[in-house]
Design a protein. Structure first.
Length: 197
């Protein structure tokens, strides 16, 4: 217990033993005096470790294996890692306002349709228009803001029309279901009621 402690990694011990076997006697004495392996020994340790890892299969099934390297045709971008993280994790709301407002404008109708009331729709549109105007005022560079503010009254009318159309479709679907249910015999109706429990 009082002696020098050996590393617990048996693979490293094996690699060191193999390097010592390959090293000529004259170099062993110099390295032992210095207490550190020579450059050749280090290279051999690394090479042996790599070969052992290949035999164990540590390099098998790595992500991206067999696929071409991406981004080779692009010019150097100092923020490449940020862009890749945004693409990989599909983050939204990051980037210059011109781009984020464009993508938000494309999905705004869907967000408006999910709004519970006309007041919520008006609030969303007011906020969206204010952010467009603010982005146009900023002189921070980047792509120009080409997204146009939306007319609140026109969008509210369109929201009402889409909402009424959804209500009509839902009512027609319920009527079809009820008519189909009434057309069933009493046994089939009983089965339907049991399955709905």
């Amino acid at each position: 217990m009082g002696g020098p402690t050996e590393p617990r990694d048996s693979r490293l011990n094996v690699a060191r033993y193999q390097v010592d076997k390959l090293t000529p006697e004259s170099e062993r004495d110099d390295a032992a005096d210095a207490g550190q392996p020579t450059m050749e020994q280090r290279a051999q340790i690394v090479e042996i470790s790599i070969q052992q890892a290949v035999r164990r299969g540590d390099f098998d099934d790595l992500p991206g294996a067999g696929k071409p390297l991406t981004g080779l045709q692009n010019a150097y971008d100092p923020n490449w890692w940020i862009r890749q993280k945004i693409e990989r994790e599909r983050l939204t709301g990051l980037g210059p306002p011109a781009l984020t407002l464009r993508t938000e404008d494309a999905g705004l109708d869907g967000r408006l349709d999910a709004a519970p009331s006309e007041e919520a729709v008006r609030g969303m549109l007011t906020d969206f228009n204010a952010r467009i105007i603010e982005a146009r005022r900023q002189l921070q560079g980047g792509p120009p803001v080409v997204t146009r503010p939306r007319d609140v009254e026109t969008e509210v009318l369109r929201w009402r029309e889409r909402r009424d159309a959804r209500y009509r479709e839902d009512a027609e679907a319920r009527q079809r279901e009820e008519a189909a249910y009434r057309a069933l015999g009493w046994r089939e109706r009983r089965r339907v009621r049991r399955s709905q429990r």
